[in-house]
Design a protein around this ligand. Sequence first.
Ligand code: DX5
Ligand code: ZN
Length: 221
Amino acid sequence: MAIRIQPSILSADFVNLERDFESISTADGIHVDVMDGHFVPNLTFGVPMVKRMQEITKLPLDVHLMIENPDTWAAKYAELGVFSVTVHLEASKNPSAIAKEIRQNGSRAGIAVKPGTPLQDVAPYLDQFDQLLIMSVEPGFGGQAFIQSSLEKVERASELLGERDTWLQVDGGVDETNIESLAQAGANTFVAGSSVFRAENRNTQIGKLRDLGLLGQGHRH
Ligand code: DX5
Ligand code: ZN
């Protein structure tokens, strides 16, 4: 088992991304939040920006699409050669077709659920995806407080995934106060925006989060 820490660049300096990428060199991947101002009330960037990110870093890019119409857009991100592309269940018309297209373009396929979306809605699609993302804040903004009930949702998601090797990812308000219990509940892939970017030494903070995650994983029964 492994613990993966993926800092979210939503908390980075958007005009100094290259420098900020270097400050998180020990991360397992970089979480890239794409927002369209429609699916969520915030706007970030699109394909051209992600294309440049892919060109300037060797770290795997984990693209989180918080956009309407992922059925049309997901493949365009996968075509860039990014490591993974995650779409929201709530925005997807045909999740199975999206997963297939993402995988055909060589990326891992992820499916995300908002805090209010029940796990039973995503259950029928789990076999087609490589990672399941549990949102632990309402998507849209970094720096929000972790929604406590997400811990139990992660536990149930882990049970639902059973023996599958699907990665279980948590995004929103993840920090040193909750990562150990989240890992104990079965999560293995962690997005951390503000908790990494506000740290004095970002790589030290990534190491601290990873160690706490491993500790939690060790307590799983
Ligand atoms: C929220 C984004 C997250 C966010 C996490 O909509 O999907 O990736 O940047 O940031 P923190 O860790 O600060 O909650
Ligand atoms: Zn995200």
